[in-house]
Design a protein. Structure first.
Length: 114
């Protein structure tokens, strides 16, 4: 499984941004897609997850502001981020969990200025 993330950038507080993660390879083996983020000096944390069955899971800090979704026709998972806060800044990584392992895409940087 290969993952290509995109969509990061510089936004101001309160603005929105949409991240995309396109998968290739053995994508039929993917059970859960997820977005994680890592701020400088901090551990990587889960932001949002989406299972094959459509169930979602969000970090408390982003619930009601972020939405994870997918377009199966495009093999792409999105993370819509609204009402961005300074603490949302960091490098965002998409992940794909299969029965065997977890795959990671390259990070995409989100910068939020006040």
């Amino acid at each position: 499984v290969q993952l290509q993330a995109s969509g990061g950038g510089l936004v101001q507080t309160g603005e929105s941004l949409r991240l995309s993660c396109t998968g290739s390879g053995s994508i039929n083996s993917i059970l859960i897609m997820g977005w994680y983020r890592q701020a400088p000096g901090k551990q990587r944390e889960m932001v949002a997850q989406l299972t094959n069955g459509g169930a979602t899971n969000y970090a408390d800090s982003v619930r009601d502001r972020f939405t994870i979704s997918r377009d199966n026709a495009k093999d792409t998972v999105y993370l819509q981020m609204n009402s961005l806060k300074a603490e949302d800044a960091g490098t965002y990584y998409c992940s794909a969990r299969t029965i065997r392992t977890n795959y990671w895409g390259q990070g995409t940087l989100v910068t939020v200025s006040s």
